[in-house]
Design a protein. Structure first.
Lengths: 260, 69, 203
């Protein structure tokens, strides 16, 4: 992250290319830093989850208690309350996977040895959004058939000449806007948050190393802001994970809502 | 004066969501103050509103990077 | 612009760059997309197959335990209530019994008192009666004694006075009896006091 600044006498603000960090190879299938983080997080999550759930007691221990708190949030506050108690059970694995994966990946943007938010590379949020997209499309078509699914896009009781316009708008919303916003929100938040952190860290470093006289002192507030925003990023990490599954479950819930 | 016009575009796109998020949380705080027992329901709705508002700003920052490239 | 220049300079310096460094950040990198999908799918299937079912089983079990606990608590409460009722009934019964015993005891005491009283009255009556009897007997005895002595004395006296032996029992008895009868007759006419005086006088 800091390689480009050390050489330059002029301050170079952090920008999009800072997030391109291939480790092996170059090009479309290069092994990048975010891939490594993603795979490590996935393996770590899998191992931890399997270990914690191997022996579940009715009276929980410490690890199980935390896991249950998270699981209860996903299962009850989001899954059951939004999708509805009749249909939420099959979607719990999806929601729980999304929540844990996004939360831990986002936290990786702050945890020191890694400090790279996986989700600031748009490929990963897109992969997750595609998963949600496929699930809610399949669920919708399965429930009503393709005809019913398309018919259900337009609320009943509209004047006839508005129907095509609404249909196209809804179809675009359904097929394009939703996955795109889902992707862009997570990506944008992590990207912007990390760029802000980079700005404070690199700016502070530049001021400290290359500033003239008193300007060196300005690096202190810059580093303070870096810590402040790191703490703020924890909140954002949690909020984005929560919001992602909140929206996913709202999209799924719409499949089961009988009147549009 | 150096910089990028796209960033000004992002600044403009952040005005609307800023006002909107302010309004949403003002309403949320007022609602919880009036009826503390509906906090859970209001929280979900407030976060949903916040997210839908924020999405405009996120579009702004994404497009800013697209056009600055 | 500055950023463009910087990127260009960096690309030149680093010697890497290329399309994926310079492109827009909103264009997904295919390798990353594939890795993302694979990771997501793998974790999803793991959760679906192991983690969530285990958690659900545990939650269901906990629900059952809690419900069982509630049922047990309810049963215990009912039991306690029944015990309380029973205890109360017993207490009421005991109180009743105590009252009964008290009443009975009171009645018995009354009866005993009554019995004692009648007994005492009887006793006293008997004592009085016996006393009277004794008095009467003593009186009779005294009278008989006196009658004998008076007779003997009177005969003695009369014998001395008259000089006539009155040894003849038959005559003596007849005389004395006659005399006494006369005395009695006098008493009957002149009152008791006179008789007493007469008897004292005769002595």
């Amino acid at each position: 992250m800091t390689t480009e600044v050390s050489a330059a006498e002029e301050f170079v603000p952090p920008s999009a290319p800072d997030f391109w960090q291939p480790l092996v190879g170059d090009g479309a299938f290069a092994l990048t830093r975010s891939m490594v983080v993603m795979v490590l997080v996935t393996i770590g999550l899998a191992v931890v989850m399997m270990l914690v759930t191997r022996r579940l007691a009715v009276v929980p221990g410490r690890g199980q208690f935390r896991l249950e708190g998270m699981y209860g949030l996903v299962r009850n506050s989001i899954g059951r309350d939004i999708i509805g108690s009749a249909h939420f059970k099959p979607y719990i694995p999806l929601l729980f996977t999304l929540f844990t994966l996004i939360l831990v990946n986002n936290l990786m943007g702050i945890i020191p040895p890694i400090q790279f938010p996986t989700m600031s590379r748009i490929g990963f949020p897109l992969a997750l959004a595609l998963g949600v997209y496929v699930v809610y499309l399949v669920a919708g078509v399965r429930r009503r058939g393709i005809g019913g699914f398309l018919k259900n896009l337009v609320p009943s009781g509209l004047p006839l000449f508005v129907v095509p316009v609404v249909f196209v708008l809804e179809l675009v919303t359904f097929l394009i806007t939703r996955p795109v916003t889902l992707t862009l929100r997570l990506f944008g938040n992590m990207f912007a948050g990390h760029i802000l952190l980079l700005l404070f860290a690199l700016g502070g470093e530049f001021l400290l190393l290359h500033g003239d006289g008193l300007l060196k002192l300005v690096s202190i507030p810059a580093f303070l802001m870096f810590f402040l925003f790191s703490a703020f990023e924890i909140l954002i990490a949690f909020l984005q994970a929560y919001v992602f599954i909140l929206l996913a479950s709202i999209y799924i819930a719409e499949v089961y809502a009988d009147d549009h | 004066m150096e910089g990028n016009l796209a960033i000004i575009g992002y600044g403009l796109s952040a005005i609307g969501p800023g006002i909107g998020i302010g309004l949403i949380f003002a309403a949320y705080v007022a609602g919880v103050a009036r009826q503390p027992e509906v906090r859970g329901v209001l929280q979900t709705i407030a976060i949903l509103g916040f997210v839908l508002c924020e999405q405009l700003a996120i579009f702004g920052i994404a497009l800013a990077f697209v056009f600055s490239g | 612009m500055a950023i463009d220049n910087a990127v260009g300079v960096l690309a030149a310096e680093g010697g890497e760059g290329g399309f994926w460094e310079d492109t827009y950040p909103v264009i997904p990198h295919p390798g990353e997309l594939i890795v993302g999908i694979i990771s997501f799918a793998a974790l999803y299937f793991l959760y679906k197959k192991y983690v969530v079912p285990r958690l659900e089983t545990m939650l269901a079990e906990r629900q059952r335990t809690i419900e069982g606990g509630i049922e047990r608590a309810e049963a215990m409460q009912a039991e306690a209530k029944a015990a309380l009722e029973q205890y109360r009934a017993q207490l009421a019964e005991a109180r009743n019994e105590a009252a009964q015993i008290r009443d009975q005891a009171r009645a018995e005491g009354q009866q005993i008192l009554e019995e004692l009283r009648t007994q005492a009255q009887e006793e006293s009556a008997r004592i009085v009666a016996r006393g009277e009897e004794q008095i009467a007997a003593s009186r009779q005895q005294v009278i008989n004694e006196l009658r004998g002595q008076i007779g003997a004395l009177a005969v003695d006296l009369a014998g001395r006075v008259v000089g006539e032996s009155l040894a003849d029992d038959a005559r003596r008895n007849g005389t004395v009896d006659r005399f006494l009868d006369q005395l009695d007759g006098m008493v009957g006419a002149g009152g008791r006091g006179g008789a007493t005086a007469a008897s004292e006088g005769t002595r």
